[in-house]
Design a protein around this ligand. Structure first.
Ligand code: ZN
Length: 271
């Protein structure tokens, strides 16, 4: 599933290829993905220019003259910019066709993605309005996490994966960040102290920043019909390494389930 680093890489990949381009028409090859496409999408978008591509959590916001397209890649979505005449594949559900003959093509085999339109501020759209701060925002800091977590009995791993707390900390990144911060994933969020939240806040940025940096090598793959950037991962220290030696102390990495998600940690290094 595309996580925040892949979505940010997608943004960086497509932005220079679509910003400033005028939409000539829209081709849809299905009625919708997770939700139906907006009615009269072609009429709505024809003639509008995409002036910027932004990201909020895992949503891409294509800001146009009269409003914004909100895209979500779901479980398997992928965007690329190709000549419109290149043949569409089976899962190429939408083309935003530009006046210059290129198109932004949305491929999504599992169809959990989304393409929505709003004429209002997209950040206030119901899907986005309740989201917590971006991991790289100054508002995502140890004092904030500490304050918000007081009295919470949920495991700290579930707390940092809660999109209303902070966006973008997926399952793999949560395990890795907690290992780097030396915090046991099952510990109650309300029982982690301020100094440890300050460290955790920093390592969340580090882990996601490293994954975005890893994605940088695939940015050129967003143009061209055969390019498909792989989803990439940071050097994993605990995730998926059950029974293997902890890179710090050599004890076997443990696996458990927290909130139905596989969780990996070192009993000796994480308290
Ligand atoms: Zn260890």
């Amino acid at each position: 599933m595309p996580e925040l680093p892949e979505v940010e890489t997608t943004r960086r990949g497509i932005a220079p290829l679509v910003e400033g381009k005028r939409i000539a028409s829209v081709i849809t090859r299905t009625a919708g993905l997770r939700w139906p496409f907006p009615e009269r999408l072609d009429e709505l978008l024809a003639g509008q220019t995409i002036f910027t591509v932004q990201r909020r959590a895992k949503y891409l916001l294509l800001r146009c003259d009269d409003g914004s397209l909100i895209l979500h890649l779901g479980m398997s979505g992928h965007l690329r910019v190709v000549p419109q005449i290149s043949p569409a594949g089976r899962h190429d559900h939408v083309d935003l066709v530009f006046a210059d003959g290129s198109c932004l093509r949305f491929n999504d085999p599992r169809r959990f993605g989304a393409l929505l339109w709003t004429a209002d501020d997209p950040l206030r759209h119901p899907l986005l309005a309740g989201l917590g701060p971006e991991p790289f925002d100054a508002a995502q800091n140890g004092d904030y996490l500490h304050r918000l977590s007081r009295g919470r009995k949920a495991p700290v791993k579930a707390f940092i994966m809660d999109q209303q707390v902070v966006v973008g900390v997926g399952n793999i990144y949560a395990s890795e960040a907690l290992f780097r911060a030396g915090i046991a994933p099952g510990r109650a969020a309300g029982r982690v102290g301020l100094a440890r939240y300050r460290l955790l806040s920093t390592v969340i940025r580090e882990v996601l920043g490293e994954a975005i940096a890893a994605g940088g090598t695939t940015i050129r793959d967003f143009s061209g019909s055969d390019g498909r950037p792989g989803y990439f991962a940071i050097q994993l220290q605990v995730y998926g390494r059950s029974g293997k030696p902890c890179p710090r102390c050599g004890e076997a990495i443990c696996q458990s389930r927290i909130g139905q998600r596989s969780t990996y940690f070192c009993r000796a290094c994480q308290r």
